[in-house]
Design a protein around this ligand. Structure first.
Ligand code: SAM
Ligand code: SF4
Length: 333
């Protein structure tokens, strides 16, 4: 079977699947406080539909799947979906991105179902600030969830921090010190804030975070490795090891260092639309094709046509350009 290659020569082997646009948090950089309109439940892909579509992508060369959202752990029996995806011929790696609030009781069953790794959003070590940035999240529950994931062997654990100017940008060093306790299986990544729909915040450029880190520690550049520790599957992250603490830190800088030229990812939205690029809305809906009775070949052709239409890149800049279209939670962050 031909690989999923676009007109710019990029081959797509990585699929992110948003399993719901809903969430038990309302992070200030991700959602407005009020006025979110959720996808009607009937529009969400069922587990069976996700499974069928993953099989189409796997046949076309996708080997890695990440379940995300919204918050994937609020979808009931998510471990069943993990198992179905993990058992799809061709899929070699299933990972999940979560806020970890509900992770503690689920970590072991997710691991048993075939989940290999998790990424956790984590923006503050201060309970009150954590609560206000997530609009209701509990730092203690999230820490317990991360611990349960570690006990279950879901490693490496990637901690994703979004830094916002004058909100949590004073915690860079605290975050490094804290996660350095688990430098053998944990990586800390700083993600640049991306404006969706509107610019609610000022983000912090990766270069500024690095400057803060270099003022205190020595950063040793790392190459992506194929082993099992931090730094694995780095994707668009550029990674360094902090010489003094051993912690691997990564920087994902979609605004200040576009990585569009090497983008190998596709996003299946919770309602079955395919996003070939965060800044581009594709049609038609794969869900409608599925529900209309399309067979594997027809689905394959539809996916290939959308991949061919993938734009060269986005035009969003740190202080200008366009904002991304849609909301992160339905697109699948
Ligand atoms: N609820 C899960 C979580 O928070 O990990 C998964 C979905 S969330 C949309 C996925 C990732 O997107 C999180 O790491 C979050 O920090 C990030 N994110 C959300 N909105 C963002 C934005 N405007 N800019 C950059 N990253 C964002
Ligand atoms: Fe929910 Fe994740 Fe968005 Fe926070 S970043 S509101 S946890 S989807």
């Amino acid at each position: 079977m031909k690989p999923l290659t676009d007109q710019f020569g990029r081959t797509h082997t990585y699929l992110r699947v948003s399993v719901t646009d809903r969430c038990n948090f309302r992070c200030t950089y991700c959602m407005p406080k009020k006025g979110m309109t959720w996808m009607p439940r009937a529009n969400l892909l069922s587990f069976e539909e996700i499974q069928r579509l993953v099989a189409v992508f796997a046949q076309a060369g996708v080997t890695r799947v990440r379940l995300t959202g919204g918050e994937p752990l609020i979808r009931r029996n998510i471990d069943r979906l993990v198992a179905a995806v993990a058992q799809t011929p061709g899929i070699q790696d299933v990972a999940l991105t979560t806020n970890a609030q509900l992770l503690a009781p689920l970590a072991q069953s997710l691991k048993d179902a075939g989940l290999r790794r998790i990424n956790v959003s984590f923006d503050s070590l201060r309970p009150e600030r954590f609560k206000s940035m997530t609009r209701g999240g509990s730092l203690a529950s999230v820490l317990t969830g991360i611990d349960a994931a570690r006990q279950a062997g879901l490693a490496p654990i990637k901690i994703n921090a979004v830094l916002l100017r004058d909100q949590n940008d004073d915690e860079i060093e605290d975050l490094v010190r804290f996660f350095s306790q688990w430098s053998d299986d944990t990586e800390l990544r700083f993600i640049e804030y991306m404006p969706f729909q509107a610019r609610w915040h000022q983000g912090v450029a990766a270069a500024d975070v690095q400057k803060t880190l270099r003022a205190r520690w020595t950063l040793l550049p790392l190459r992506e490795s194929s082993g099992s520790g931090p730094g694995v599957g780095a994707g668009p992250a550029r990674t360094w090891r902090i010489a003094e603490t051993g912690l691997v830190v990564g920087f994902i800088s979609p605004l200040t260092e576009h990585f569009c030229a090497s983008c190998n990812r596709l996003r299946l939205m919770a309602d079955g639309h395919l996003r070939t690029c965060l800044a581009h809305e594709d049609t038609p809906s794969l869900r409608d094709l599925l529900r209309g009775g399309a067979n594997q070949d027809q689905l394959d052709r539809a996916v290939r046509a959308m991949v061919l239409g993938k734009p060269e890149g986005h035009r969003c800049e740190a202080d200008g350009g366009t904002v991304f279209q849609g909301v992160m939670t339905s697109v699948g962050g």
